[in-house]
Design a binder for this molecule. Structure first.
Ligand code: NDP
Ligand code: PYC
Length: 351
């Protein structure tokens, strides 16, 4: 269906190719090199296509702000080092993370196939993205995956009220037969920072139990939570998981935690700077059966979950993906215009 025939006043619709070109041109207009512009475009367009509003095209505003305040190296060339069969290290050199991930991916896959398990350690990256695009890139290769990364210290530990932990996402994927893997990807905070920002922009309340104000009192006002502290999901359990992410994707890989990232930010409100740990597992090597046999075991579990009316994580996203492929990718008109203005303000015409 032609994208031009579907515009409404509140949403514009684009084919994936059109939106990739738009996002890429925006990034180039902001001064990023072509490899970064392409990698960022792929991630934010995937988010928009799958109706992940807080990690779709909206992220280009974060990218632009981070560039404006000088907290990212626009032309960083990620440096890859392979240590033994199964540790792949990419130094992002203070560039945005998507390109660093893309540089490390082929070696990660190779390492997992050789050793059964491999780790991709990304150091010194500026991180703004969702993790599921990375997970899906690994499950596409018939591997299972786990990804962890800190962020900025916006979140109080359970029982405390001082921002100490990041929103620290954990993402996991398992390669299912067919086009859609089993994937979950969630912040360990009760709400992702990106969603808090969207509430703040729309002047809407947060759901209850997402945060406290500067005095440590519960509030649903996103502005007051931003001045106070966000809370973890699941009380002390989410708090422990968030702490694990700080350690596994911080101290363990020799990189900053969320407190250090916020310190480095120094009030600039840029995207966080730290590391990321991505693990890939080869089921055939670890399980000793064929991938098909092991997938059948997992399918039995998924069927039992779905049979009782529960849904699998990512099903909403996959349904949105199919809608986007059929009808075009919807972008709120106001957001689209804001992104166009980003580059217009810099004196370049991106259209
Ligand atoms: P959500 O709470 O929206 O969703 C978390 C996961 O649970 C998704 O996989 C989702 O699938 C699934 N899910 C939601 N509802 C159900 C349900 N009823 N039954 C089964 N599964 C369900 O995610 P968050 O808001 O916590 O995180 C959003 C994004 O923010 C993530 O992609 C994350 O990577 C990103 N993020 C990035 C950070 C960074 O530092 N880079 C920091 C924090 C977050 P579905 O999508 O299909 O609904
Ligand atoms: O939504 O919490 C978040 C987030 C942090 C960095 C990128 N996204």
């Amino acid at each position: 269906m032609s994208s031009a025939s579907q515009q409404s006043s509140s949403q514009r619709y684009f084919s994936e190719a059109e939106l990739l070109a738009f996002a890429q041109q925006t990034c180039l207009g902001l001064g990023l090199t072509l490899p970064h512009a392409q990698a960022i475009a792929r991630v934010v367009v995937a988010g928009q296509r799958d109706d992940c509003q807080s990690h779709g095209l909206y992220r280009l505003l974060t990218v632009a702000h981070t560039i404006q305040v000088g907290k990212v190296v626009l032309d960083a060339v990620p440096e890859l080092t392979v240590q033994g069969a199964s540790t792949i290290r990419v130094d992002a050199k203070f560039g945005f993370s998507p390109l660093a991930f893309e540089r490390g991916l082929p070696e990660l896959v190779k390492g997992a196939r050789q050793a059964g398990v491999a780790a991709l350690v990304i150091n010194r990256c500026v991180h703004f993205s969702a993790l599921w695009p990375e997970i899906e890139a690994i499950t596409e290769q018939g591997l299972a995956a786990l990804a962890l990364t800190p962020s900025h210290a916006w979140v109080a530990p359970a029982g405390g009220k001082r921002p100490t932990l990041g929103t620290n996402p954990i993402a996991f994927g398992w390669p299912r037969p067919g086009p859609f893997p089993y994937v979950f990807d969630f912040a360990t905070s009760a709400i992702a920072r990106g969603d808090l920002e969207l509430h703040s922009r729309a002047q809407t309340s947060l759901p209850p139990n997402c945060g406290v104000d500067a005095n440590g009192l519960p509030t649903t006002d996103p502005v007051k939570v931003a001045q106070g502290a966000m809370l973890t999901f699941g009380g002390y359990k989410g708090s422990a998981l968030a702490t694990m992410v700080e350690i596994m994707a911080g101290a363990l890989i020799g990189d900053w935690n969320s407190l250090q990232s916020l310190d480095y930010d120094n009030g600039a409100n840029a995207a966080p700077t730290h590391g990321e740990l991505i693990l890939a597992f080869d089921p055939a090597r670890l399980g000793g059966k064929t991938l098909a046999e092991q997938q059948e075991m997992a399918e039995g579990l998924f069927a039992t979950i779905v049979d009782q009316g529960a849904r699998l994580p990512s099903e909403r996203r996959y349904a949105a993906r199919l809608r986007s492929q059929q009808d075009g990718i919807a972008v709120p008109t106001t957001l689209y215009e804001e992104i166009v203005a980003l580059v217009d303000q810099r004196g370049a015409n991106i259209l």
